[in-house]
Design a protein around this ligand. Structure first.
Ligand SMILES: [Zn+2]
Length: 557
């Protein structure tokens, strides 16, 4: 019999494996794989003199979490910035920003993150005048929690050279006021990159986010080292939250190279997929670069093979593409970032190349356009096991609900983005969403019930990457009433969306997402027995220990 390197005993294993569920209290690991799952006695027989034994103390043991949608670099970078996500009035914001300013006398532009749309108080517009009151004498900018809007004060707009407007790419906007000057509201990265270029990190926040382009000019050795340090911080943070695999949703060759250097140095403590991000203004021939990324990086720890596209923006700023005008902006439906023919051509070609496609689609028009693209790929290339994904699906037309299943789409959603998640306030009546759109808004459970594979994530740094709070939101959503529907998940479904279903979504169901012999030794031990925890307490649980590839990557000690 093979001797175990690690034995975890006295656990309550949730295996997602029919052959052993119910009797599993211990697990043996060796060679980076799971050796066996069984009773304490059965697994104890595999103990050798050098076996490390871990007592799970009746806590839940799960397959390692697969985080299906994050932005690793910006997540890592934001770990060290002023986070205003808990501030909702101008007095608090002013006090915190001025304190931050005193701590950072030398940075060229004070930069904060996490802002909600009520940052300066309920119903109060965020613009340069408001931010000038917060801090008039230094350039200051704050990023929306959703990362689709940046607000800048007058000094910051002057520093970036856009107080009187400036060039932006399609789909982005420097919002201009009646006085001919920028209001301070900068919609989408093509508008706010001018300001971010003036931060202490010189705009490297956008690394891979705006385009699939590598940084230009190429990173200096010092920048390369600094960027790797950011990625290492991010990886350590993931391990702490029980994540053993992440799907990045921005990327380029440069990020892959940095991560592969980290891997060679023995510090890639989390498996990860980096996609190629094609923008609406990129020529479709750039798909060749996605192919190169796939060929060069294809290991169990680091791989590519995914194409990421943005079809629209977000509802809160009116940039999500809707089938009819917003209730509060009767002249605007938002606009899809791609023309239908262009989008369909990209889908057909990427699908024919065997790439998996992930499309950010928030408004119902963007979701419909994405489904049309996937249908076009099928019509051209035949039905293949493509597992194309739609990211977010916040507003869905009833006519498109059955198409998700019919086209074998994977739905990728974020419990903490939903108003029932408790982090973002629901829009007021008559704002942003029509009443008849609410029943199918953020409709995780409705979509799940149609048989669509549903995976969960945070979209870190949009919301914290910690898995348990997202699970807590999924199993104990806030009751919103009115036309909002109950999208409550049962615990095992919600856990599957972070484990077994997420493994399916990356074509790894034979290697990940279950506790069974031969699978990767990727697992977590929680701080308690989650199956015997009240749903409303699930979000307060935490991760005690993370193992990835048979190596302990986090131990609360
Ligand atoms: Zn994202």
């Amino acid at each position: 019999m093979t001797v175990a390197e690690i034995i975890i005993e006295n656990g309550r294993l949730v295996t997602f494996d029919d052959s052993n569920n119910g009797c599993a209290e211990a697990i043996a690991l060796a060679g980076g794989r799971i050796l066996a799952v069984g009773s304490n006695a059965e697994i104890g027989a595999m103990r050798g003199p050098d076996t490390r034994t871990i007592d799970a103390a009746k806590c839940t043991v799960l397959p390692g979490f697969i985080e299906s949608h994050i932005h690793l670099f910006s997540g890592g970078l934001e770990l060290g910035l002023l986070d205003l996500s808990s501030s909702h009035d101008i007095e608090t914001v002013t006090a915190r920003v001025r304190a931050y300013s005193a701590e950072q006398p030398d940075v060229p532009l004070l930069y904060a993150i996490g802002a909600h749309y009520d940052l300066l108080g309920p119903g109060r517009m965020i613009d340069r005048h408001g931010l000038d009151r917060v801090i008039p004498d230094r350039p200051f900018a704050v990023m929306a929690a959703d990362h689709h809007t940046l607000w800048a004060n007058t000094r910051a707009l002057e520093l970036a050279g856009i107080l009187r407007g400036g060039p932006v790419s399609e789909g982005s906007e420097i919002v201009m006021g009646a006085d001919g000057l920028a209001t301070g509201e900068l919609l989408e990265s093509g508008a706010y990159e001018h300001v971010l270029a003036k931060t202490a990190s010189g705009g490297r926040d956008l690394l891979g986010m705006t385009t699939g382009n590598d940084p230009s000019p190429p990173a200096t050795p010092q920048q390369r080292a600094a960027d790797k340090a950011v990625l290492r911080d991010a990886l350590r943070h993931l391990a702490k939250t029980g994540v053993t695999t992440f799907h990045n949703m921005d990327g380029n060759l440069y990020q892959l190279e940095l991560l592969s250097e980290i891997e060679a140095e023995g510090d890639l403590i989390c498996r990860g997929q980096i996609p190629f991000h094609l923008k609406n203004f990129d020529p479709v021939d750039r798909l060749a670069e996605a192919d190169e990324m796939r060929r060069r990086f294809d290991s169990d720890w680091l791989w590519s093979g995914r194409l990421k596209l943005f079809h629209d923006g977000v509802v809160e700023s009116g940039t999500a593409a809707m089938l009819r005008p917003y209730p509060n902006w009767p002249d605007s439906t938002g606009a899809p970032l791609f023309a239908p023919e262009q989008f369909n051509e990209i889908c057909v070609r990427a699908d024919a190349m065997g790439l998996q496609i992930s499309v950010h689609a928030i408004g119902d028009a963007a979701v419909r356009g994405t489904l049309d693209g996937y249908a076009a790929a099928r019509a051209a290339n035949g039905v293949r096991d493509s597992r194309h994904r739609i990211e977010h699906i916040e507003v869905l037309h009833p006519g498109d609900l059955p198409r998700l299943r019919a086209l074998d789409v994977v739905a990728s959603m974020q419990p903490l983005h939903a108003p029932w998640g408790g982090l973002f306030a629901p829009p007021e009546e008559g704002q942003v969403l029509h009443e008849d759109q609410k029943p199918l808004a953020y409709a995780c459970q409705t979509i799940r019930e149609t048989g669509v594979p549903l995976i969960f994530s945070s979209d870190w740094p949009v919301v914290p990457v910690e898995v348990l709070p997202s699970l807590g939101a999924a199993v104990a959503p806030k009751v919103l009433g009115g036309n909002w529907t109950d999208q409550r998940q049962n615990l095992h479904d919600a856990l599957a969306s972070y484990t077994s279903t997420a493994a399916y979504a990356e074509f790894s169901e034979g290697r990940k997402g279950r506790l069974a012999p031969g699978m990767f030794a990727d697992l977590v031990i929680l701080s308690d027995d989650i199956e015997n925890t009240a749903p409303q307490e699930v979000g307060a649980l935490s991760v005690r220990l993370t193992i990835c590839g048979g190596r302990v990557t986090y131990d609360v000690g």
